[in-house]
Design a binder for this molecule. Structure first.
Ligand code: ZN
Length: 510
């Protein structure tokens, strides 16, 4: 069965920002990890293209909504390729196939008697595409997220009977596995305990959306439509584009990775909609934190927005990956600091790992005829125990989506290998011929440890991994069993080593 993992479907009112890059990198490393563990993975990303905000953005840019969406969707897709994101499906919610699935889903929910016409009155934030509480009913009250005035709306809309699913949602969120981390789960438990209210799933006077079959002047509420992208994206394998074929492809999703701002939609509305349609809710919702910059919230008005495009050009995708995955605990808010970024890349990747590899392969080439050393003694050393321990911890952490801890485990191991090398001082031992067997062992052990580091790091930094292994004479790693390769002792003796080249350049402060 497929392991299904999704990013949110990104709203195409603007090009990708650092937050979307962050979410997508998390998904990518998990997808790569699962593939390396032998699972069949469906990694879904895409774009959410309907709604009032997009209609207005297009109007302001003097283009049609369709033209606007075509342009921005293409930017998203190209962007993920530049970031080396290994997605399997890219869904656009304006595709006719998606529309077909939305209609089928609507009919199911209607058949469950969960749709009715009601009056929708309230204050609406176009930025959030959501009705908001307005404590004083004041027209000058602003959305706390967008800092823009809310708009008063009073229209007859179709409603979804969310209140009917109070019990079902309560039971679902009881399971500590369903929403992670636990801070996020507590927010939702608290919200649900106040009682779920029905919500409107259609809009009138909004052309840019999927038409509701029975009501010609209604379009579907953008969230109702967009959430279904997760289902429609996997319903295509047999070209049927139906709910049944998405179930055959492996629905429910194993994990939706999202930012914490859209948790309510994913952890409450979405599961209730699915249950109503006779489908299973997703197995897990993982809500990551927000990114700040140098301790401050990023915002256009503050002028401190970090453009991921610039980061990519300046540092390359893997440095950014390492910083975001290793330095930020998934679930907590993270801070992007320029100095810290440079320090981490230089210390972790260039010094602790890169330099270790470089100097050890150089010694091996110099002393052993451009090869790995031949061994004449039985190899039993402290690095074997450390390698096994780090490997085991790495797998356990990754299985539990603790990517920061898994990354750190690699670093801890690499630090220990450096200590081992410095303690053994093969460069002093080599001066006396009688130590030659000991030197062979030391160099072999460090090279073998480095091979395991290069293998472990693959789901996190795929290119860096290939570079490390290439320096150790490993080619064709794509065709080898990853887990098998984590075992100690697989580096061949007397294997030719290529000329050492630095695998990463040190960064400078600006
Ligand atoms: Zn808002």
């Amino acid at each position: 069965m497929n392991f299904i993992i999704t990013t949110p479907l990104y709203y195409v009112n603007d090009k990708p920002h650092l937050g979307s890059v962050y979410t997508t990198i998390i998904c990518d490393s998990i997808a790569r990890y699962k593939r390396l563990r032998g699972e069949k993975v469906l990694f879904i990303t895409g774009v959410d293209e309907h709604g009032l905000k997009i209609q207005r953005t297009a109007f302001n840019n003097g283009v049609s909504p369709k033209e606007h969406c075509d342009e921005i969707s293409e930017i998203f897709k190209k962007n993920w390729l530049k970031w080396n994101i290994s997605f399997n499906k890219f869904i656009r919610t304006t595709s006719p196939e998606h529309e077909k699935v939305v209609h089928e889903f609507y009919e199911k929910v209607k058949a469950s008697n969960d749709i009715y016409m009601g009056e929708q009155k309230g204050w609406y934030c176009v930025g959030c595409e959501e009705f908001k509480d307005n404590p004083d009913n004041s027209p000058s009250y602003k959305c706390p997220i967008h800092k823009k005035n809310l708009e008063w709306k009073n229209e007859n809309n179709l409603f979804f009977r969310l209140s009917k699913y109070q019990k079902a949602i309560e039971e679902l969120i009881q399971d500590p596995e369903f929403i992670e981390p636990k801070e996020r789960r507590n927010e939702i438990i608290n919200f649900v305990s106040k009682g779920l209210k029905d919500f409107s799933i259609s809009r009138t006077n909004l052309d840019w959306g999927i038409r509701v079959p029975d009501y010609i002047n209604h379009t579907f509420y953008v969230w109702f439509d967009a959430l279904l992208g997760y289902v429609s994206s996997i319903s295509s394998d047999d070209n049927k584009y139906s709910l049944d074929s998405s179930i055959e492809s492996g629905w429910p999703a194993n994990v939706h990775i999202i930012g914490k701002d859209i948790l309510r939609f994913h952890a409450i509305y979405w599961p209730a909609m699915l249950i109503s349609a006779g489908m299973k809710p997703p197995k897990k919702i993982l809500g990551h934190g927000f990114l700040t910059r140098e301790g401050q919230k990023m915002g256009k008005s503050l002028g401190n927005v970090l453009d991921p495009e610039n980061l990519l050009k300046k540092y390359g995708e893997e440095s950014v990956r390492w910083y975001l995955l290793k330095d930020i605990s998934l679930g907590s808010d993270g801070d992007f600091q320029d100095r810290r970024f440079v320090d981490i890349i230089n210390n972790d990747l260039a010094n602790t790992i890169g330099n270790l590899l470089n100097r050890t392969t150089s010694m091996s080439r110099k002393w052993f005829n451009n090869q790995t050393p031949p061994l004449s003694e039985k190899n039993n050393n402290e690095l074997i125990t450390l390698a096994n321990k780090s490997t085991k911890n790495f797998l356990t952490y990754f299985d539990n989506f603790k990517i920061d801890k898994a990354s750190n485990e690699i670093l801890v191991f690499a630090t220990n290998v450096n200590l081992y090398l410095n303690k053994k001082e093969p460069w002093s031992l080599i001066k006396d011929d009688k130590n030659i067997n000991e030197v062979k062992l030391i160099i072999y052990n460090v090279l073998e440890a480095t091979r395991i580091i290069g293998t472990l790091i693959r789901p996190i930094l795929p290119e860096f991994s290939i570079k490390i292994l290439y320096q150790l004479g490993e080619n064709n790693i794509e065709n080898k069993d990853w887990e098998e390769n984590l075992k100690w002792g697989l580096l061949p003796e007397s294997r030719s080593l290529p000329k050492p080249i630095p695998i990463i350049n040190k960064l400078d402060y600006e």
